[in-house]
Design a protein around this ligand. Structure first.
Ligand code: ADP
Length: 247
């Protein structure tokens, strides 16, 4: 059996805000082709870690690599070009634009001109419609994004992420604030997209979703990983129970 290939990885990554070490010397490896979950109590540094590896904030020290290439401190635009897509905890969409327009502009981080060009390009429109079908909201393409449900907005954001055809998709709380019916749908989509070869890193609080969805779980506490493994093992790890319950 071939060894797992390395997707995103960090070595001794650190980021402090004032005196708070949000990410503290974190060394983490995610493997290609897996659904990886990143869990941990509130304030354990998951979002800061996410923001450091996707270029939203610059780490104080340490290294970020993607498929072996150093991407430390690169801009979000260049991280995206390397093949990494991400969603946001509080869903980033343009509320006054239609659903279709949102998908068309989602991955256009390279300026207004290309944004306007993309919106007129028939192939791009067909591709956008394809991804809306894929996430199951193509019937809403003419609706204003503000008028669809929060769960549908999460699916819309995912369609936008898919437009860039990323190999690695990072989702920040895909189930957060979403009704149970749509949570199931988002889970199924992640599984399908993974079966097609996409790697996932998912930060999620919904333990049922984490346990049913992920191949590999990494548990953060106080800015660094304290345990990792398959969901069934991690669930009963005493260090994990201690981090969550403080026992
Ligand atoms: P999680 O996503 O696991 O809840 P965060 O990364 O949001 O954790 O937060 C980790 C720690 O860093 C917390 O103590 C939080 O208060 C602090 N923190 C996060 N972002 C900032 C910021 N922009 N300014 C100051 N402190 C921050």
């Amino acid at each position: 059996i071939a060894p797992p290939r390395e997707s995103l990885a960090t070595v001794s990554l650190s980021k402090a805000f004032g005196g708070v070490k949000a990410v503290d010397d974190a060394t983490v490896t995610f493997h290609e082709g897996k659904v990886n979950a990143l869990i941990g109590p509130n304030g354990s540094g998951k979002t800061t870690f996410f923001n450091c590896v996707t270029g939203m904030i610059k780490p104080d020290s340490g290294k970020v690599t993607y498929r072996g290439n150093d991407v430390t401190g690169r801009s979000p635009h260049r991280i995206a070009r390397a093949g990494i897509g991400r969603s946001f905890q509080l869903c980033r969409i343009f509320p006054r634009m239609t659903v279709l327009e949102n998908v068309l502009v989602a991955h256009r981080t390279d300026g207004l001109r290309s944004l306007l060009k993309g919106a007129r390009d028939d192939d791009e429109i067909e591709r956008a419609r394809g991804y809306l079908r894929r996430v199951g909201i193509d019937h809403l393409e003419r609706s204003e994004a503000a008028d669809i449900s929060y769960g549908q907005q999460k699916l819309l954001e995912l369609a936008g992420v898919l437009m860039a055809e990323p190999d690695l998709i990072m989702l920040d709380e895909p189930a957060g604030g979403v009704n149970p019916a749509l949570i199931g749908r988002i889970g199924t989509l992640i599984r399908e997209l993974n079966a097609e070869g996409r790697t996932f890193v998912v930060v999620e609080h919904n333990m049922e979703m984490v346990m049913s969805l992920s191949d590999h779980v990494i548990v953060f506490d106080r800015g660094r990983p304290i345990a990792e493994g398959p969901p069934s093992e991690v669930q009963s790890d005493p260090r994990v129970l201690e981090a969550y319950l403080g026992v």
